[in-house]
Design a protein around this ligand. Structure first.
Ligand SMILES: NC(=O)c1ccc[n+]([C@@H]2O[C@H](COP(=O)([O-])OP(=O)(O)OC[C@H]3O[C@@H](n4cnc5c(N)ncnc54)[C@H](OP(=O)(O)O)[C@@H]3O)[C@@H](O)[C@H]2O)c1
Length: 253
């Protein structure tokens, strides 16, 4: 994909990976708008000359308003990134986990679907464009302390594959970005092995520029997760990752 002349909307670009990719697309020459809920982050990004759009992906009316605003301001919009996501720990022996499960599915899965639905007619009408969905290595190799997160990302993977097949022939491609653990604010606290954000973003932009519409963006650090089942390492790696359950209250003492 030519990164120098896209018109990109990154929904969930107010922090972390989305914010860094917004900067990278802009540095490559593309026009970039960023969406999210945080007024503070949106006004900081406006000062950096990004277009900014207030959007809550759990609210259909908010998504529709944001879509109308985005398409009025950027009629040439050709790339929509569905980056919004929450990563929540859940202790399944405590029924109170359900609230986290509901938020996770509403944001990560239904939020992705709401945003894709909102922009599909526009991209199909254009006859060219790209959705970039965002999953995780955890979609392919569960991390047991985050069960609904893993389920939501496995679902977005499956949804992305179906979306790609249904849009085949329309000129609209679907790229699935599959990050491993990346050192954004939340991850930095819990995972000392997370990939530095700068290194991750550099590898992603390189991979994106290689292929007109890659089906999946897999940086080197995620290959072990993505292909664990094929490589016969799945059971051993899930057992290893289950050691992290010690961080949950019901597994302590
Ligand atoms: N960091 C990692 O290790 C890692 C690994 C694999 C996959 N991922 C995925 O990559 C994406 C970005 O993660 P990150 O690490 O960069 O996290 P982050 O810094 O917490 O960013 C999450 C983004 O999602 C937005 N968001 C959350 N709820 C939203 C809602 N209801 N409506 C609209 N936007 C919402 C946030 O914006 P507002 O708060 O402004 O709304 C923020 O821009 C997520 O989908 C995550 O699952 C991350």
């Amino acid at each position: 994909m030519d990164l120098s002349n896209r018109t990109v909307l990154i929904v969930g670009g107010t922090s972390g990976i989305g914010r860094e990719l917004a900067r990278r697309f802009a540095a490559a020459g593309s026009t970039v708008a960023v969406g999210g809920r945080s007024p503070k982050a949106l006004s900081e990004l406006a000062e950096e000359a990004f277009g900014t759009i207030s959007i809550d992906v759990t609210d259909g009316a908010s998504v529709a308003t944001a879509r109308d605003f985005a398409l009025t301001r950027y009629p040439e919009l050709d790339t929509v990134v569905t980056m919004s996501g929450v990563m929540l720990l859940e202790d399944l022996r405590d029924p109170a986990h359900f609230e986290a499960a509901a938020t996770t599915i509403d944001t990560n899965l239904l939020g992705t679907i709401r945003v894709v639905d909102a922009f599909t007619p526009h991209l199909v009408r254009r006859g060219t464009g790209t959705f970039v969905t965002v999953t995780s290595g955890i979609a392919f190799l569960p991390f047991p302390p985050m069960p609904s997160y893993a389920a939501s990302k496995a679902a977005v993977h499956a949804y992305s594959e179906a979306l790609r097949a249904q849009l085949d022939g329309t000129g609209v491609g679907v790229v699935e970005l599959v990050p491993p653990a990346v050192a954004t604010a939340e991850q930095e606290k819990v995972n000392p092995h997370a990939l530095p954000l700068n290194d991750f973003a550099t590898e992603v932009m390189h991979l994106l520029s290689q292929d007109p519409t890659p089906h999946e963006i897999l940086v080197k650090g995620v290959l072990v997760h993505r292909w664990a089942e094929r490589d016969g390492t799945y059971d051993e790696l899930v057992a290893q990752r289950s050691q992290a359950l010690a961080m949950l209250p019901s597994h302590q003492g």
